[in-house]
Write a protein that binds this ligand. Sequence first.
Ligand SMILES: [Zn+2]
Length: 491
Amino acid sequence: MATVAYARYSSDNQRQESIEAQIRAIQEYCSRHGFSISKIYIDEAKSATTDDRPQFLQMIKDAEHGMFDTLIVHKLDRFARNRYDSAFYKRKLKLSGVKLISVTEQLDDSPESIILESVLEGMAEYYSKNLAREVMKGMRETAMQCKHTGGIPPLGYDVAEDKTYKLNEKEAIAVKKIFEDYISGKSYQQIINELHELGYRTKTDKLFKKNAIHSILKNEKYAGTYIFNKTKRVKNINGGQRNIIKDDEDIIRIENGMPAIITKEQFEKVQEKLKINYKYSQTFKTKEVYLLTGILVCGNCGSPMHGRKRKGGRNKSVYKTYICTQRKNEKKCDAKEVNKSYIENKVIEYLETEVFTDEKIETIARKAYEYQTKHTGESERIIKSLEKELGVIQKQIDNIISAIAAGMFHQSMKEKMDELENKKAGLEFAIEEEKRKSSLIIDMETIRQHLSIGKELRLKSLEEQKEIIQSYVESVIYDEDFMDISLKINF
Ligand SMILES: [Zn+2]
């Protein structure tokens, strides 16, 4: 796949690394490592605002369209404006499957950089929310015209030439039937069977499943309400993605913004019924959260162990366990099931006593902090030497000023003075730039706070517990007589 490069230079920077020098360094690196660059994106930076880097944004867009898989930059601070920005776009590139390489810095996989990355990702979320708002503005405009904004239209609709929705008469009959049948008391399965008998398939030509029926019944579009920006995709802890419903304020609804298939009354009736059925079903099944899914490994055969819930015994009590998948599916393994709360408690206990103690948190935070300062300690040295140089220049300027004050003046003094003032401005600029760079370090307190989320794990919600466990524990190997927990980070 393709490799591209990104370079940025500022036209007003007196100490700039010229654009040619950056590109030369990138090209040298590429020839040494066997990359060949198919495109170079170049921005001239006038000030440090997002909109000031059209080529950068174009590059991100191209990455999202899968046009390349490796991005090479000269220095990471050419890549993004600051650490938050950098974390945000690094993540974007990662999600698009793009590898980022810096010619002058080595990005490593050390535990410290893993911790830092997770701190940064947390921070980046706040930042990305603001940025997403900007992107939304453009999409809103399209939405206000009640146009289709991409993807497959819902069953019952097609997209017209002008991108608005138009009825698909045949499918609309199916939609109407689904709503009417549900109101009349038919079950999802009955509805599905009848649809299939009539030869109906989903928009992607598949058989209907209960999920599909459910989302049709919940779709406001069918009552003529154009709705936009209702869900967003979020990353799961296991790396997958899922849709969640956004805050009401972010959702755009336009009444009668598209052709209706059912009446508003029918839609409301269905929503009421769905609510009642949901409550009814919830009293019988509460969704079980298995904290160790994906990380629990059978010590007998090395296969994953899955959560299992069943009723048994004389009084039909509920048993919750983890069972080896080889035993469950193929009966190839004879490892015993393990009680869910027993093993989960063991893992929580381990994290509480071995990882998330004040002492350990302090150690990890310090390591992560030192890791940063080691990389930015260079800046401090540069600042010191620049300041020293500045002191010397200032002294020379002062000397000339006192000489002039004392009545001595010569044309050469003015020339010398101009030269010194020029140097002074250059140094001041360089110092400011280095300071800006080194001030972007994440402080100890922030790292500490981030790690403290693991404290009192037991008191957190199950979802939170799962998130924390899964982000720190690599695997738990369990057999009747032993248990081995490995962490993603070594302390
Ligand atoms: Zn097994």
